[in-house]
Design a protein around this ligand. Sequence first.
Ligand code: SAH
Ligand code: SF4
Length: 397
Amino acid sequence: MTANAPITQDVHTIPRKDVPGDGRTNLVGLTREGLRAALIEAGTPEKQSKMRTNQMWQWLYHWGVRDFADMTNLSKDYRAMLTERFVITVPEVVSRQISNDGTRKYLVRIAGGHEVETVYIPEEDRGTLCISSQVGCTLTCSFCHTGTQKLVRNLTPGEIVGQIMLARDDLNEWPEPGLSTGAMGPRLLSNIVLMGMGEPLYNFEAVRDAMKIAMDGEGMALSRRRITLSTSGVVPEIARTAEEIGCMLAVSFHATTDEIRDRLVPINKKWNIETLLDALREYPKVSNSERITFEYVMLKGVNDSDTDARRLVDLIRGIPAKINLIPFNEWPGAPYERSDQKRIKAFSEIVYKAGYASPIRTPRGEDIMAACGQLKSATERARKSRAEIASEAGISS
Ligand code: SAH
Ligand code: SF4
């Protein structure tokens, strides 16, 4: 191994307690109402159910406890009943890779033997966890590695919020008894981005319930302003996101004409640029968030001209926005190349002069294939061929 090689470790940080099919219900991922209903169903008197729900909630999401035996403010009998009926499990970490830049990529196994990836990106002023919402994706954006993998299934709320919990386990970031999270110093895991595998708005309810859990002030207490959901542009669900989640929104914009966007982000054929922009104009008002992030992947000779930059700022005029320029991350068989650094800078300059922040995203964790759009579990077999990818991108192979 060379000095710079990334470190791969097989870890089993979380002892598995659930035997699949043993009939016990996993409490992770239930909403407060769901948890209360489960406790009542298991015999908790209705009158006590609210208090018990609060107690359990804190054990689960504030203290990160996985063993009912550790829930010291509950009677022995009650703990025995819980053990009989329920489990507290998060998805299993199959392997963890640590990049030279500190980025951690977890390969996570979920029920059915499927795998998703979760990426932790430490920065100076924050630590961001990039989580997945689906195994694969139904959409087929031609520059995206995940898009070459067919949709296998949606993640459950427990599997989505479980990714935050397993990262907190790995970072050793559950509060010490007697201390609040804030008293432990700046958080290692302070931000969430729904930018991993999958289209979160095609798994709306599960994503919403998981984010509600993450935002709950009596648990992990992540502010809605520190959660960013990225969508390729599922227009009907954008208004719902504002109303029912209220987090920050990022949109995979990537092109300034319908002709090019149809090719890059095929969902554009259903909801075109104009329809998408109409939905985005409403978002900040309803969700009370300051601005929308426009993600723009820089593809050499495809969408990166000065004309594109000018058209972009004309299109979004009036929308409070930040433009995140993402240098294309290559993957085996990708039908595109990354724009030159000079081109990206020139594009950024035009956008910036028009009054918008236009940061160029530094690729993180490239050595471990953890960068944007590179995620795809190597073990999934349901793949498309190179020819399929190329033909969907409108390129003859
Ligand atoms: N499905 C959602 C969220 C996941 S993708 C969405 O499409 O928005 C997260 C971001 O990475 C999106 O902006 C996506 O367009 C971008 N991305 C995908 N493949 C990429 C690649 N190869 N290089 C750079 N960015 C990519
Ligand atoms: Fe799916 Fe997003 Fe990739 Fe498009 S960019 S294929 S929506 S994960």
